[in-house]
Design a protein around this ligand. Structure first.
Ligand code: ADP
Ligand code: MG
Length: 238
């Protein structure tokens, strides 16, 4: 039924606009974004602060609705899903990592990581969470609360939570933005290794150009538009 080409695409954004009301009137935040990401591809999104990178990620995750245009994730048109459908799609197919970790402060590491599996109704949510924490090297921290963990550890918990359900798509918004250089490098090594191991697709927002060059492709956003797409990052640095 589906065309083979479409099946190879993890993300397809077609003429996506996001306009939001503000006190000063309607603001155009995304102004006609076209972006295709293939299955298994790692794409970095760079651009100045305020250019619309986070909004692009939110629209891709179905956390923000496109005002117009089409967002297709793993052959599913997000515009055709209601809020429950979006939540289910996110839980089963998408893992999101934020700059500020977004862990639930009143839950232990293992409880945080178990959340997506519990949402999906899995009986073995705690076992899955334990294994995911093991994968990020935090077996010795499972009963700690986020406030008892370092920034790097918190981000590793967030990565374990994002990847515990084996999502086909990983979305990361400046995941090293709150970490020092060394910790950030370790966290990214981990994220790339898990991406490779699970054959996932990665959309990585970063202002770190060196980090961007670790992806297959760099997309530059400015003023709500893609101004450059398809620099062969690895080819250009090696
Ligand atoms: P970036 O991640 O590239 O810094 P964002 O996507 O966060 O950019 O924001 C793009 C622009 O949209 C910014 O000017 C920001 O102030 C504005 N913006 C983001 N969210 C909202 C909102 N909910 N209401 C109004 N303006 C917003
Ligand atoms: Mg942002």
């Amino acid at each position: 039924m589906d065309q083979p080409l479409k099946q190879r695409r993890a993300i397809e954004l077609e003429d996506v606009h996001v306009t939001l009301p503000s006190r000063a009137g309607v603001v155009a935040i995304l102004r006609g974004i076209d972006l295709d990401v293939s299955l298994g591809e790692a794409v970095a999104v760079i651009g100045p602060s305020g250019s619309g990178k986070s909004t692009l990620l939110m629209v891709t995750a179905g956390l923000e609705r496109a005002t117009s245009g089409r967002v297709t994730i793993a052959s599913t048109d997000l515009g055709k899903l209601d809020e429950d459908g979006l939540a289910r799609l996110r839980a089963s197919k998408i893992g999101i990592v934020f700059q500020s970790f977004h862990l639930v402060p009143t839950m232990t590491a293992i409880e945080n990581v178990a959340l997506p599996s519990e949402f999906l109704g899995k009986d073995d949510a705690m076992k899955v969470a334990r294994e995911a924490l093991d994968e990020v090297g935090l077996s010795h921290r499972i009963s700690h609360f986020p406030g008892q963990l370092s920034g790097g550890e918190q981000q590793r918990v967030a990565i374990a939570r994002a990847l515990s359900t084996r999502p086909t798509l990983i979305l990361a918004d400046e995941p090293t933005g709150n970490l020092d250089l060394t910790t950030g490098a370790h966290v990214m090594d981990l994220l790339f290794a898990l991406k490779e191991r699970t054959d996932a697709t990665l959309l990585l927002i970063t202002h770190d150009h060196e980090l961007a060059t670790r992806c297959d492709r760099i997309v530059s956003v400015a003023d709500g538009r893609i101004v450059d797409d398809g620099i062969e990052a690895r080819a250009s640095v090696s």
